[in-house]
Design a protein around this ligand. Structure first.
Ligand code: FES
Ligand SMILES: [Fe+2]
Length: 380
């Protein structure tokens, strides 16, 4: 793809690269090209730290979960010593997946020829291999993948030589530490499939411009006007913003009260922060609903919404029913967004599509898109 090659001057990005008051949105092809997605896999998803789970999802010794990232099969386990492990979910004999779904296991037995692995990925036994010259089972281990935990989140990195996780989380840790996400637990987890490129979903979540138009009948009517609390850019394409908004319930009233970690802030406290490449943490006074956006194809994506509450909230009688009120409301809001995502995707695939000018309210999108262009196509 010559015009998009990082060695060629990317002329088509010039209007997006201009200072924000002069800038336009990014060219449409980055939102629907399978070639761009293949490059994103190589330059972003196989290179960067990625948030893949809450620690509690693999909390007990023996628990495991499997996932796939752009075709890469992965398994995460908590071994008997309580250590978290991550490795390629790929048998060392022929490559079949050794673990499926999620749950508890003492070991994994490959369904094809029964090579067995422990929860740290070591080969335990392989039948009929004694006469295979030089084959040493003890030297065989499923390919390890870097894994780390932070405030109850599990991050992995598929690179061979990843930079430290702490470096990746530097500003995020500083800006969001006060939320004490480590004291929260999953009230619910929603999986939303969208017919839109993953970057449209990332951009939509930091698009404060639309909150009081598209969402004026839902949370938009309880949110401060966007120019009052502008988005602040952070290093490496991150963003942070503190603003005012009501809890995410139909009448804007909390069903639990304020989270203990931020009890000194008002009921209308809200903040939002983006961590490159695909995580957005949105907090209200009573709950945190982080989202992680994954590409599926160039034109489709999957968003995971974690609805987190302090664990003492979830132990209260009737907590389950109350969490459902928050869940249902998030669904209503995301359905409003879904129609826009579908329409954006159709637009960029049209021969008539021309990226329009940005509003200065779109500083979040401007920050994230320009960081993305730097990484994918070379710096300005
Ligand atoms: S592919 Fe796993 S044992 Fe053969
Ligand atoms: Fe929205």
């Amino acid at each position: 793809m010559p015009a998009q090659d990082s060695t060629t001057r990317p002329i088509q990005f010039e209007k997006t690269r201009r200072p924000l008051p002069e800038a336009s949105h990014a060219p449409g092809f980055i939102y629907h090209s399978e070639e761009v997605l293949a490059e994103e896999k190589r330059k972003i998803f196989l290179k960067e730290w990625l948030c893949v789970a809450r620690s509690e999802e693999v909390g007990e010794p023996g628990s495991y979960m499997t996932l796939g990232i752009l075709g890469e099969p992965i398994v995460i386990t908590r071994d008997a010593q309580g250590r978290i492990n991550c490795f390629a979910n790929m048998c060392l004999h022929r490559g079949v997946e050794v673990a499926y779904g999620c749950g508890h296991a003492e070991e994994f037995s490959c369904p094809y020829h029964a090579w067995r692995y422990d929860l740290s990925g070591r080969l335990v036994s392989a039948s009929y291999m004694r006469e295979s010259c030089g084959f040493d089972p003890k030297a065989v281990r499923l390919k390890p993948i870097a894994v780390g935990e932070w405030t109850g989140w599990v991050f992995i990195n598929l690179a061979d030589d990843p930079k430290p996780l702490q470096d990746h989380l530097e500003f995020f840790s500083r800006d969001l530490g006060f939320l004490k996400m480590e004291d929260c637990r999953i009230g619910s987890k929603l999986v939303i499939d969208l017919k839109a490129n993953w970057k449209f979903v990332v951009e939509n979540l930091m698009d404060i411009y639309h909150a009081r138009t598209l969402h004026i009948n839902t949370f938009g009517k309880f949110r401060s006007s966007p120019e009052k609390h502008p988005t602040e850019p952070r290093p490496n394409g991150g963003t942070f913003m503190i603003y005012e908004a009501a809890p995410m319930t139909p009448d804007g009233k909390t069903l639990f009260g304020r989270m203990p970690a931020i009890a000194d802030r008002g009921d209308s406290f809200a903040c939002s922060s983006h961590l490159f490449p695909n995580m957005q943490v949105i907090a209200r006074s009573d709950n945190i609903h982080p989202l992680v956006m994954w590409p599926v194809t160039a034109n489709t994506s999957r968003t995971i919404v974690y609805n987190l509450f302090p664990k003492e909230f979830l132990e209260q009688p009737g907590a389950h029913e109350r969490v459902k009120v928050y869940d249902d409301y998030i669904h209503v809001v995301l359905e409003e967004d879904r129609l826009m995502m579908d329409s954006l995707q159709r637009a960029v695939q049209s021969k008539n599509y021309e990226p329009g000018r940005m509003s200065t309210l779109e500083v979040g999108i401007y920050t994230v898109v320009n960081d993305y262009l730097d990484r994918m196509f070379g710096s300005r």
